[in-house]
Design a protein around this ligand. Structure first.
Ligand SMILES: *[C@@H]1O[C@H](CO)[C@@H](O)[C@H](O)[C@H]1NC(C)=O
Ligand SMILES: *[C@@H]1O[C@H](CO)[C@@H](O)[C@H](O)[C@H]1NC(C)=O
Ligand SMILES: *[C@@H]1O[C@H](CO)[C@@H](O)[C@H](O)[C@H]1NC(C)=O
Length: 337
């Protein structure tokens, strides 16, 4: 009899390990308490930190999955996105309203020096940055959207800009006009670019020239309207090792996996929050999908029914993994002092 519990527990562990890696499919974990409007997750494998933003509370947050510790710095304005730099993981590029800042922060302690790098879209004074990424070459792709009031988003005031060291003061508009600039991804071969203008309910694919950073020949490769039982709006997006797209559905309460070659939905994972805003691969093996959500637009009643809305989530056991996020190469730390 003495042996039995031991044998049994050993068996249980084996079973668990087995099931974790194979049979039961995705598992969704709530990682943090809710924030108001989580967005823009990005994993830095050099520091093992997941950065994301809380747009209207003006915060950049860091989450350490090893310790579950969460830290934040606050700015005066709407904050998004946040991108660590190539030359130094503690040099962050941060969008505040329509401006780009370089900020010293190690994700834990106090904020260091900050420097205003540039301000865009003077012609749309109430617009602000929304989603953004760095490309493989370290250029920044930051898009904007019009002011969101009680009647919706001011139309056609969004612009997708690319920033380099050379063009910081007058970055070119690569895609304009748009309504709500979102969801950027590049394929593994780095010759295709995927983009979401949220109200269009579509994902567009472009030919991408990595030397010039130019995009061309847009075509719709995914149209959410084909799927009449799935709600919401395509928001943030990432890509996996097989060039499938993972898309957050705002108001849709889910993340979907899309094959851009066929326009089909391959998988859907429900998240216990209606407003799912963005996704990023992370963890040591890049096989955890971090998911940001929002409670900003929910009514009092909805907030009660969705207590986890606004939290950071992780989806594990998806059976695939992502590629490392790229980092910004537009300024060095020495230029802040
Ligand atoms: C951002 O915009 C808000 C609202 O207009 C303003 O109060 C704030 O000062 C702006 N912040 C920055 C850093 O420009
Ligand atoms: C933006 O939204 C408005 C209102 O729905 C629409 O008329 C316009 O075509 C949209 N603009 C783009 C660039 O899709
Ligand atoms: C573009 O990609 C090619 C092939 O991978 C590479 O050799 C080249 O350095 C890249 N261009 C830039 C600007 O990095």
């Amino acid at each position: 009899m003495n042996n039995l519990p031991l044998t049994f527990s050993f068996f249980v562990i084996c079973l668990l390990n087995h099931s974790m890696s194979n049979h039961f499919g995705p598992a969704v974990y709530q990682l943090t308490d809710p924030v108001d409007h989580g967005e823009g997750p990005t994993w830095d494998s050099r520091t093992g930190l997941l950065y994301f933003v809380d747009i209207f509370d003006g915060r950049v947050l860091s989450y350490d999955p090893e310790t579950s510790c969460i830290n934040a710095i606050t700015f005066n304005g709407a904050v998004t996105p946040v991108i660590p730099s190539q030359s130094d993981p503690h040099l962050l590029i941060v969008g505040v309203n329509r401006s780009v800042y370089a900020v010293e922060w190690n994700g834990k302690g106090k904020i260091g020096a900050t420097k205003l790098l540039t301000t865009v879209s003077q012609q749309f004074p109430t617009s602000r940055f929304n989603d953004g990424k760095a490309d493989k070459e370290g250029r920044l792709w930051f898009g904007t959207m019009g002011f969101e009031g009680s009647t919706g988003v001011a139309p056609n005031e969004g612009v997708l800009y690319t920033f380099t060291r050379e063009n910081l003061l007058s970055p070119p508009a690569v895609i304009a006009p748009v309504n709500i600039s979102n969801g950027l991804a590049w394929n593994k071969a780095n010759d295709k670019f995927y983009y979401i203008d949220t109200p269009t309910l579509t994902v567009r694919e472009y030919d991408y020239d990595n030397e010039s950073g130019k995009v061309s020949n847009p075509r719709v490769v995914f149209d959410l309207r084909r799927f009449t039982t799935i709600g919401g709006f395509p928001d943030g997006m990432t890509i996996d090792k097989d060039d499938n797209l993972w898309i957050a559905l705002y108001f849709g309460g889910a993340v979907i996996k899309v094959d851009p070659k066929t326009g089909d939905i391959l998988q859907m994972v429900a998240i216990p929050a209606q407003c799912v805003s963005s996704v990023s691969w992370g963890g040591p093996n890049l096989d955890i999908l971090f998911v940001t959500t929002s409670r900003h637009a929910l009514s009092k009643q909805e907030k009660i029914r969705q207590p986890a809305a606004g939290s950071l989530f992780a989806i594990k056991n998806l059976g695939t993994h992502g590629l490392p996020a790229f980092h910004a190469n537009i300024i060095d730390r020495i230029d802040l002092h």
